[in-house]
Each structure stands twice: as C-alpha cells, then as structure tokens.
Design a protein around this ligand. Sequence first.
Ligand SMILES: *Cc1c(COP(=O)(O)O)cnc(C)c1O
Length: 361
Amino acid sequence: MSRVYNFSAGPSMMPEWVLKKASNEMLEYGATGQSVMEMSHRSKEYEAIIRSCESLLRELMNIPDNYKVLFLQGGASSQFAMIPLNLMTKNHKADYVTTGQWSKKAMAEAKRYGTVNEVASSADKTFSYIPDVDAMKFDPEADYVHITLNNTIYGTKWPKLPETGNVPLVADISSMALSEPLDVSKFGVLYAGAQKNMGPAGLTVVIIREDLIREPQEGTPTMFQYKIHADNGSMYNTPPTYSIYMCGLVCQWLKEEIGGLENMKKINEEKAAILYDFLDHSKLFKGTVEPGSLSLMNVPFVTGDEELDKKFVAESKAAGFVNLKGHRTVGGMRASIYNAMPVEGVKALVAFMKKFEEENA
Ligand SMILES: *Cc1c(COP(=O)(O)O)cnc(C)c1O
C-alpha cells in the first residue's frame, strides 16, 4: 500500500486510524449484520451512533448545555443563507467582515434577506491579512456579526475574537473546526462543512445558542429552519448517516488517540512552525500571509515565478505530495495541514522543498 501525503484544502486527508476502523466495520457494524450505510436512521443502533457523535463533539469542544448541535446537509454554503433567514429577524440588519472568498459569498447571500454592513475588509491586499480587530466598530442594533475565523484559500486566521457586546457572533469555522480549543460561549453560532477537518463531505455541523433558534423570516423553506432541525434532533428528514458515523470516529480518534483539542493544537502548532520556519528562511519560497494573521491549517506560498510554481507542483505530485496547487485566485502553492496530516508529512514536504530549492535556485 502506498498512501500519498494529501495537502488538499478539502475534502482532505482522514486519520488512518479512522479509515481502518471504518474499514473493519464496513460489512458488519457490531452485531447488526449490516453496514452503517444500510441502517435505518430511525433504528436504535443508528440513534446510538448519532448521539455518540454528538456527545463526543460536546465533550471535545466543551459545548455548553444551552447550545444545540445540528447535523445538517447542504455544506457551509447553505449556512450562508440559513443564518440570515433565521437570525435577521429583529432589526433585519447584520455586520459582516470580509476576509476572503467565503466571507464574500456569505455576505452576498445575506444581502438577499436584509441590510448588510461591511465593517472591514482585507480585499485591498488579496486577503493576505486580517483587518485590525480592535479598530472594528460594530452596530449595536445588528442582529448578528458574521466572520470567517480561518480563511482556507488565503491562509489567514483571526488572531483574536472581536468584541461585539450583546450582538451574537456567528463564525464559519469550516477549515479549523476541532483543530484547537475554542470558547464556544463567545459565539452565537458556529458552523462548518465537515469535509475539511471533521469527516467526509455531506455533513454540515451547526452549533447554535438556544435563544437564537427562533421564528425565521416569512417564506423560509422548512429545511432551512433551525427550529425544525433542533426540534427533531437532526432527524426531521434523513440525515447524512454515514458522514455522521465517520465524524464520530474522527472525534473518537481525537479523544482516545490524540488526547483532546489542547494536544491537537500543540501538534498543529508544531507542524505549522516547521513549514513557516522553512518559508521564513528559504531563498526560493516565500509565504504570502502577513505575520500576525497566519493560519495553522492552510499555508499558501510562492516562488515568485509562475513557471517554477508549475514545475514544483508537478514534481511534488510525482514524489507523493498531492494537491499542493494554490487556489486559482492566489496562484502558487498551498499546503493544507489539517489534523490528519502527520508531523512526518510536513517534515517530508519541507525536505522535498529544500531539495527543489537547491536544484532550482
Ligand atoms: C470549504 C469552505 C466553505 C464551503 O463549504 P461547502 O461545504 O463546500 O459549502 C465555506 N467556508 C469555508 C471557510 C470553507 O473552507
């Protein structure tokens, strides 16, 4: 077997421990005589799987009791609409901070449902930094403030959370969920497409403070109402059963093999430091993000020469380092080093980059 080091931004690498366990349980889960994929979502066996996934998530993320965990579909992109439909219901206005493509898309969707105020943006420098958090002025009358905590495409992360007073903070954590501890009580809503760091594609996790689960805007489709999913324990319709099972295994791995999110954060910091240190000293490669806004998960870098970038992507792929091509809006390369990427994978990549630098400098 020769598994590659996969630096994809998503869907991305899964822990081998998880893949092996899923593989062992593929044909027969426990004593059920069937695969999890074949189970009725209403069966008591499946009920145990989804509730165990939820309780592991609650334990790992230290989610307070007054928050609901929802297992939905439609990706993080559906949340761009669900959030305004369900939350822009008092003063019909919300504050957005633009730190990349995803926050831009979230804001564009919200504009369909109410008044949107762009509080700050880093578009002027291709989203290579997070705007000054302390200088942001939020509208105390806004129904919520929306941010993208880790910007997958540009490799930036908020250095700290903004002070929004009594206005609920809503954050897209798709590309950093479970990568480090977060104080959930600081947020009104957290949401993530699972395919970056929580499991396979098809599952969207929403963590929402109970008082924000209210009557949505008139005309909101049933499937877009948080209340419907919360009242039905994410079983209003068929949930993404297998993806939830896999997310449960990822949580089990984090708890039993890694030892929780504090430990996961240390490992992620170690991996990121190896790569950033190399980029800081390289004569050929350089990072594209301003210090102070560096992501632990997504690391974009360039050589400054498009042809050389192409050559690097091709040669690295041949050597077993796949999906290093940067997003089309940034160019160059991007290494996504989510939870499942082992430290050895990052070390091996840096060794390969050193060799490429010697050969091409
Ligand atoms: C990938 C990603 C999205 C889009 O997720 P989908 O599940 O494909 O809709 C949104 N926001 C962030 C931060 C992402 O990384």
